[in-house]
Design a protein around this ligand. Sequence first.
Ligand SMILES: Nc1ncnc2c1ncn2[C@@H]1O[C@H](COP(=O)(O)OP(=O)(O)OP(=O)(O)O)[C@@H](O)[C@H]1O
Ligand SMILES: [Mg+2]
Length: 202
Amino acid sequence: MTQPVLEATSLRVHYETRRGYVKAVDGVSFSMDQSETLGVVGETGCGKSTLGKSILGILPLSTRIEGSLQFQGKDLASLPPDELRKIRGKDVALIFQDPMTRLDPLFTIEQHFIETIRAHEKVSKDEAIRRATRALASMGIPESRLKHYPHEFSGGMRQRIMIAMSLVMNPKLLIADEPTTSLDVIVEAQILEILEDLRRAY
Ligand SMILES: Nc1ncnc2c1ncn2[C@@H]1O[C@H](COP(=O)(O)OP(=O)(O)OP(=O)(O)O)[C@@H](O)[C@H]1O
Ligand SMILES: [Mg+2]
């Protein structure tokens, strides 16, 4: 039997606020194997984003987390911060709902890629650019757009750039938190199709 990629057992995430605790996630268990897709559905405020953030370890420090979350057999809660940082963005990547809030308007797409790649791996600038070009090409964005700034792209293109950026490190797990909410239905269908193709390919 192979080890699950991700396993949550009785996961509880409670935010501490001035007016007491908010039970955002309250006893969630699931297991995900390689090449599996897990969809989380629920009304607004039911804790979907909180679940995603707990996997990435990007919750506020005061948050109380109970239960266990194992990534490839390692308990995420007991990992030292620098090991968690290594996993985040490399082995586990996240696609956010609104790509504009994640792209810095002052930096070109190329600079975004170079920074992302070199935060995780010591590679030359040229190698980072080569990888960026390949990742963007797989999303249908030509090399000639590397020197462009975020505002020079359409919403659908920006989301494809975000997906390319999250895939450039070959993550084992990709978390997509409503990746198409800010897009129209045609582009939404395209993005979902891309995600499904990627799952099959990788
Ligand atoms: N940093 C925080 N501090 C305190 N409470 C929070 C914090 N972040 C989220 N919450 C609360 O936790 C609950 C779950 O929020 P979460 O964002 O996970 O929901 P969601 O299912 O992603 O909702 P949506 O569909 O609107 O994105 C909500 O009641 C929210 O108000
Ligand atoms: Mg959410």
